[in-house]
Design a protein around this ligand. Structure first.
Ligand SMILES: [Zn+2]
Ligand SMILES: [Zn+2]
Length: 381
């Protein structure tokens, strides 16, 4: 691949035609690794792909992350590069993120003009929040020591090329929970002989809604949603068992821990009150993504020096990002880049008619390149 725009667009469309789900990105990984090798980078293939580019004698290193996975969504687009894989679609723009970062690798390999090491990170399985940790478990942080780490995510509905980020929390955590109440089934006409799991479960659903409204500070930005309520009852059979499932979001580790604590306390308390047993499971799939001040200010300076519209202190996002694991280990910055406001470019992420904006490819590529040259400046010796 060369750095010119048509080839970046072609590359992106090729990825779009061949989307792959998390941890199944074999074709995408092979294509990414081939480009990096052609450019002369040191390439490491594990669960993801890592390319290393060194220039000069500087010993500082920065990591730039792209994600490669697609979603289990049936695409409903009419463009000529629609997904060939039934039920799988690049509906989050990771095809664009991967292409932008390869564009930056191409430019920097051909004309480095920086001093230090750039680690290009192509992670698998962002969508389920498993890929970054899998790379870390493989020894990423030890094998590729970096001083800073960055990621770009496109933002549909925002003006093309608008850069927005913030110091501190940028994306919420996501935890999923499952609570099973084990009562006593029986005849619907004789409730006194059973312990109806639905009535108890309903009480718990309401109690859980008081965590955000009464236990956390106003404006904490947390969410507790019960999304499933399953029982083994029938029209004339009292349920002996009820399972509540749902999703909780938090904007700080403390709030996340408090949500878990109160959920557990309420579940146990209501179960005890009714003389039934309860099983509680709370699993954090995505931790909070927290930006560090120095890389965030650096990124804002780069974007402003390029003349891009910049929002340096945007509202935090309520969605979650697997990049959180990299940013928890190394000072980092997660930024959003406007994908455009109209048509498929303005459709929400994960919509079946969303599309990454090809006009963003050169903008994102240049943002990466300029960021590298400003964070790893060449010094005259
Ligand atoms: Zn997504
Ligand atoms: Zn995404």
């Amino acid at each position: 691949m060369t750095a010119d725009i048509p080839s970046l667009v072609e590359f992106r469309h090729d990825l779009h035609r061949h989307p792959e789900l998390g941890f199944e990105e074999s074709r995408t990984k092979a294509k990414v690794a081939a480009v990096l090798r052609d450019l002369g980078l040191e390439v490491h293939e594990g669960v993801g792909v890592v390319g290393v580019l060194k220039s000069g004698i500087g010993n500082r290193a920065i990591g730039l992350r792209a994600d490669m996975d697609a979603l289990p969504i049936q695409e409903q687009s009419s463009h000529n590069y629609v997904s060939n894989n039934l039920g799988v679609m690049h509906a989050c723009g990771h095809d664009g993120h991967t292409s932008m970062l390869l564009g930056a690798a191409t430019t920097l390999a051909n004309d480095p003009n920086f001093d230090g090491t750039v680690v290009f990170i192509f992670q698998p399985n962002e969508e389920l929040g498993l890929g970054a940790q899998a790379m870390i478990n493989e020894g990423f942080l030890e094998n590729f020591p970096i001083d800073e780490v960055y990621a770009i995510h496109n933002l549909p509905g925002a003006p093309l090329g608008q850069v927005s980020t913030r110091d501190g929390l940028i994306c919420s955590s996501e935890s999923i929970f499952e609570i099973t109440i084990s009562g006593q089934g029986g005849h619907a006409s004789m409730p006194q002989k059973g312990r109806d799991a639905i009535t108890i479960g309903a009480e718990l659903v309401n109690a859980l809604q008081t965590i955000v409204s009464r236990k956390l500070a106003p404006g904490a930005g947390a969410v507790v949603s019960v999304t499933e309520f399953l029982s083994d009852g029938q029209r004339n059979v009292l349920p002996g068992s009820a399972t509540l499932k749902g999703d909780a979001r938090a904007r700080s580790p403390k709030d996340r821990q408090d949500i878990e604590k109160y959920m557990r306390q309420f579940a146990k308390g209501i179960a005890t009150m009714h003389g039934v047993s309860v099983a509680f499971d709370f699993n954090t799939e995505f931790i909070e993504t927290i930006n560090a001040a120095d890389p965030t200010n650096g990124l804002i300076n780069t974007a402003q020096s390029m003349g891009l519209e910049t929002i340096p202190n945007r509202e935090p996002m309520s969605f979650s990002e697997d990049f959180a694991h990299f940013a928890a280990a190394v000072p980092g910055c997660f930024m959003l880049l406007g994908n455009g406001e109209t048509g498929a470019h303005g459709q929400p992420l994960h919509a079946n008619d969303y599309d990454f904006n090809d006009d963003l490819l050169p903008i994102g590529r240049d943002l990466w390149v300029n960021l590298v040259r400003e964070r790893l400046p060449k010094v005259d010796r």
